[in-house]
Design a protein. Sequence first.
Length: 131
Amino acid sequence: MNTWVLFMDIILSNTVDLPIYRQIKHQISEQILSGGLRDGERLPSIRHLAKELKISVITTKRAYEELEKEGFIDTVPGRGSFVSLRDKDALKKQQSNEVRKRLKEIVREGKKYDLTQEQMIQWIKQCYGED
């Protein structure tokens, strides 16, 4: 498919603790997993997206590199970056495993500070309610 994604819902925030490149990576991966961006669809060039978002090309490049490393996009030299044709269920499972791994790290840290399971569960419930 040779068409550009003319509009990608990417909202950046300077008030969150997440670096800009990770905000971009997270939002594009969510759009891919939800079907908002279709298999084989061409993404804006790194320079074009950086210009649209008014950020550094280096920041956008890092987001695209992370997306490619995690299997969400494929980059063809001279042609651009495209939504990967890989199995979306496998990508979701991979993302789920990553969340579980990070959660284990958080639980381990909570135990160091004598936080109870009930406290941790309550905080998770609160975080879910914040969205």
